[in-house]
Design a protein around this ligand. Sequence first.
Ligand SMILES: [Zn+2]
Length: 135
Amino acid sequence: MHEWALAEAVIATAIEESQKEGVKEITEIKLKIGELQQMEIEVFEFALDELAKEHDELLTNVKIEMETEPAIFRCRVCGHEWDFEEAGLSEEEGEAVHFAPEVAHAFVRCPSCKSPDFEVIQGRGVLIQSIKGTG
Ligand SMILES: [Zn+2]
């Protein structure tokens, strides 16, 4: 259900943007999917497809491209920023974090000062990177 809600949000935003810009047909939507976003990509793609069909004039020929946005962490103590690779997790820990990002704090420490006090500054959620269309 989660994937459907995200897909609905993407389609709704695309429609809103196209109305603002006077676009009659959306040809391409580029999305960034956060590395820590929990979802089934296949279900998400299916949901986007199904929802696009409900808006045929606008979205018949839409091509949806997805790209993974890597996770970036930032230490609240020393300001160091690092990515998943530098976090140096075991395969199992990495999988646990991907599956449930909120457990990141149990496994991930700042590589610079070892503090567990950090924030995820990139790599969560679904972002619309660009929308292309014809008027
Ligand atoms: Zn630090």
